[in-house]
Design a protein around this ligand. Sequence first.
Ligand code: HAM
Length: 443
Amino acid sequence: MAILKAVRGTRDLLPPETALWNHVEATARAVFARYGFGEIRTPIFEDTSLFARGVGEETDIVSKEMYTWEDRARADSDSAQSLTLRPENTAGVVRAYIEHKLADTGMLQKLFYIGPQFRRERPQRGRYRQFWQIGAEVLGPAWSGSDSPLRDAEVLEMLATFLNELGIKNWRLELNSVGSSTDRPRYLIALREALAPVKHLMCADNQRRAETNPLRVLDSKDPQDQEIINKLPRIADFLDDASKGHFAQVLTALDACNVPYSVNPRLVRGLDYYTRTTFEFTIPDGSGLGTQNALLGGGRYDGLSEMLGGPKAPGIGFAIGEDRLILTLQAQAEAEAKESGASVSACGTWVQKLDAFIAPMGIAQNAAALLLAKELRAAGLAIEVGDGSFRLKKSFEAADKLARRMVILGEDEIASGILTVKDFSAGEQTKVARAGLVDFLRG
Ligand code: HAM
C-alpha cells in the first residue's frame, strides 16, 4: 500500500526542532506582555467574504491562493456557505473587534496571535502552504490614540527588541508611507497615467497589475522591468501635509529609540488595507531565504473596520513569518558552529538535556525505578526511566543521548539506599545516598 505523506507545502514539526519553536513563541509572549499586549485566538476558518472584503479581491492572496470550499449543512442541501482557511489574520482580528464591540470599551486594543495561516503558494524554502505567523494588531477608536505615529514607532521598536532578544543578527527594517485614503487616489491616477504608455513593455504579470492593482507594480522584482519602475512617480510626492507629518513623527521617534531603518519609497506591500506607514524586516544574508522573502511585514490601516461593517477603528499591525524566523535562527546557529569548529546541531542550543536517566539493572527493579522517577519528577527534575530488560550498554547509550547523568538502580542499591550516579560530561561515577539524590542532581 502507498505510504501516506503530509500534503505538499505542509510539514510536520518534530522534537528537537519544536523546542526552538517553543522558545521563539515564549520570547514573543514575554516581550509582547511588556508592551501591554493580550492574546487573541480567532478561528482558523472564516466566511470567505471576510477576506474578499478585508484583504481585497484583487490581491494575489484572495484571487489565487485561498483554500475555499462550499460548506453544506447536509450533503443533499442546496444552501451552502462559502468558507476559507485564513490566509492571514488581520481581517479575522478586526472582525472579532467588531463582533465583540471592543470599540465600546473606548480603550486602545493591543492584541497578539500565534497560529497557522494557509495560502496556496508554490512551495519552496521559507514558503509553505500552511505556515505560522506571530502577529499583533493595535486598534481602537481614533480618540484612544490608535492613529498616533507613536503607535507605529512603538510597534517597530517592539519588533526590533524582539528580534534582538532572540539573537537575530543583521536584520534590516525598511519602511515607507503609502499615504492616506485621500492621498492614494491622487497617486493612483498619476501612476496609471505614467504606466499607460509603457505597460506593454512590461512582463505579463506587471501588465495585469497595471490594470488591476497598479501599486503592486512598484514592488515587482522582475529584473527587466526595473528601469521602467524606477522612473514611475513616487508616492512620497503625493502625500498631503498630514500624512507627511505623520511619517516624519514616526521616523523621529525611531531615531530617538535608536531603531535603525531605511526608507524604501517602493515598499507598498501586497494587501489592500494599508494606509500611511508600511514596513518589512528582512535578513539580507545567511538565512538562505532569498531577498524576496521578508521575515515579517505590516503596516497601518484605516477603513478596514468600516469595510467589514464596523465603526471607524484605525490601527497598525504586523505578522512575523515564524517558519522564516526559525530558518534564520538555525542558519545563524549553523554558521556560528562552523566558525567555532564545534559540531553542535542547529537545534542543540535550544534543547535542554534531562537531569537524569534511571537505569534499572533488571526487570525486578522496574517498579522501584518508576517510583524513584516519580519522586524526582515531583521535586521538579526532568527524568527518563529505562527498562530492566535492556542491556546496560543500551541503557548507557540511551542515557548519554538524553540526560546529563545516569542513576544505576540494582538489587544492591535498593537494599543499601546508596545509588550509583554516572556523570557523562565529567566521566565520573559517584555514590549518592537516596535522601541526597535530589540535591545532587540539581547541582
Ligand atoms: P504578509 O506580508 O502577507 O502580511 O505576511 C506576513 C509574513 O508572513 C511575511 O513577511 C512572511 O514572513 C510570512 N509569510 C507569508 N506567506 C508565507 C508563506 N507562504 N510561507 C511562509 N511564510 C509566509 C500579513 O499577513 C498581514 N496580515 C500583516 C499585518 C498585520 N498587517 C497589518 N497587520
